[in-house]
Ligand binder design. Structure first.
Ligand SMILES: Nc1ncnc2c1ncn2[C@@H]1O[C@H](COP(=O)(O)OP(=O)(O)OP(=O)(O)O)[C@@H](O)[C@H]1O
Ligand SMILES: [Mg+2]
Length: 271
């Protein structure tokens, strides 16, 4: 079976600076994949390349066995994406926007109308469906972008910080929706700084740091690797289970400037 997402040697430079440096990713169908990394590590740049929104400087990408560059339209039929900083059309209402997106994906009018209504209801936006998107709050816009990303029933969903700005009730609804999609065989690739949520949802994790993949595997493999590094000679103390936050800090936190800042003296002028 083809990988849901396969990227090899994926690279993107901005002038002299290489934001993503020859990374390889293999995500199997049905995986809930968390793509983690510190600010500026290259996550959003990678998601934009994987979804055809940004041209790579080098590398290959295939989605469900289709080469992204040879078959971009075929790939886009099967994927949904909420990229970072997505702009919505301010002069449309939520309902008009979902109809527009549904029809772009080739859904007939009846199916589009039915799914739009269902998604607006699900996202708690049913009472806001006639409001112009220019007047939407940040979180409302995010929920609508998520609705638009799934209206065509994508097999592979890419989400850049889906929980950012979304209220606690909507976050629970969203988590249930994503788990439902996984249960029905979809593949989800998401970035998030909310590690408790990633730990609960994702079965596989890759960590990117300054453009390089520094960890990649099943969550349990990453945990075992860090535990073995922390206790090289002895068995892991009974009852110790590292959280994803501890695993993450262990892998990328050590030479982070904030990790080494002494508590006293730093920003001492702040009262
Ligand atoms: N269009 C651009 N021009 C120049 N540099 C860019 C551009 N886009 C991204 N970068 C740089 O590439 C690096 C990676 O950025 P990216 O947005 O992928 O990070 P990220 O991992 O998504 O971070 P965050 O967690 O803050 O969202 C950063 O140093 C960023 O400044
Ligand atoms: Mg980002």
């Amino acid at each position: 079976m083809s990988a849901a997402i396969a990227a090899h040697g994926l690279t993107r430079s901005f002038h002299e600076f290489t934001a993503v440096d020859h990374i390889d990713l293999d995500v199997q169908p049905g995986q809930f994949f968390g793509f983690l990394g510190p600010n500026g590590a290259g996550k959003s740049t990678t998601i934009k390349m994987l979804t055809g929104l940004l041209a790579p400087s080098a590398g290959q990408i295939s989605i469900l066995g289709h080469d992204l560059f040879a078959n971009p339209v075929e790939v886009k039929r099967h994927i949904g994406v909420v990229p970072e900083g997505m702009a919505l059309f301010g002069k449309l209402t939520a309902s008009e926007y979902l109809h527009f997106v549904g029809q772009m994906y080739g859904l007939d009018k009846r199916t589009t109308a039915q799914r739009s209504d269902e998604l607006l209801e699900f996202m708690g936006l049913a009472n806001e469906s006639k409001k112009l998107l220019a007047d939407y709050s940040h979180g409302m816009g995010k929920k609508l972008a998520l609705a638009a990303a799934v209206i065509h029933g994508p097999k592979v969903l890419f989400l850049d910080e889906p929980f950012e700005g979304v209220d606690a009730v909507a976050a629970v609804t969203l988590k249930n929706m994503l788990q439902g999609m996984i249960a029905r065989g979809a593949t989800i690739f998401l970035t998030s700084h909310v590690l408790e949520i990633v730990e609960r949802l994702c079965t596989h994790i890759a960590i990117i740091d300054r453009g390089h993949i520094v960890a990649n595997g099943a969550l349990e493999e990453l945990r075992a690797g860090v535990q073995a590094r922390l206790h090289p000679d002895a068995a892991t103390p009974a009852g110790e289970t590292l959280t994803l936050e501890q695993i993450f800090l262990n892998i990328v936190g050590k030479d982070h400037p904030l990790a080494n800042a002494s508590q006293e003296g730093e920003l001492a002028w702040l009262s």
